[in-house]
Ligand binder design. Structure first.
Ligand code: NI
Length: 181
């Protein structure tokens, strides 16, 4: 396994739709997953999608491994999810700040569905599914967007709510502007 470099916004591979995995349990798939895991750890992300390390395949991973610091306040178990499908259970839109390792130093306010059910497959091809709400649901929507070639800045509706993290943090602190879920 190896730490791979992260493609950044502007790289057209990130804007392309990814293809489904058709063969499970292969050496190539395990290698991709291990590389994603190592890279996500180094980048300190909550999630990663295969296109971010240059592989346009429908593989995402997210969550916290045992012993890892979890600032989210929600239980988000570490999961590798292949060919994910999202079903909206509560279509209430919730605004929240998002960041992405492919868009370093920036953050933006994005509306996401409050509650979803995700399903897909584990690396061996066994079906998996779970229900996710709030921040957990946001992470799933953000990561699956990567597989459709969508980066979160494309979903920011008001560019006044898109900017450098240090500026936004300062602004929220000063003006008591709390818009997050
Ligand atoms: Ni991202």
């Amino acid at each position: 396994m190896s730490i791979r470099s992260i493609s950044k916004m502007g790289n057209l591979q990130l804007a392309e739709p990814s293809i489904p995995i058709t063969q499970f349990g292969t050496k190539e798939l395990y290698k991709l997953i291990e590389d994603m895991r190592e890279t996500m750890k180094v980048e300190d992300g909550i999630g990663i999608a295969a296109p971010q390390i240059g592989s346009n395949q429908r593989v995402i991973m997210f969550g916290y491994e045992e012993g890892e610091t979890n600032p989210s306040g929600q239980s988000i178990p570490f999961t590798v999810l292949i060919n994910p499908i999202i079903e909206v259970l509560d279509d209430t839109l919730v605004d929240g700040w998002e960041a992405c390792i492919s868009v370093p130093e920036l953050c933006g306010l994005v509306s996401r569905y409050k509650k979803i059910k995700f399903s897909g497959f584990d690396p061996e091809g066994n079906p998996i599914s779970a229900i996710a709400e709030d921040y957990y649901a946001r992470v799933l929507q953000h990561e699956t967007d990567h597989l459709d070639g969508i980066l979160y800045p494309q979903r920011v509706k008001d560019l006044r709510y898109f900017g450098f993290q240090d500026e936004i943090i300062e602004r929220i602190r000063k003006r008591n502007e709390v818009i997050t879920d």
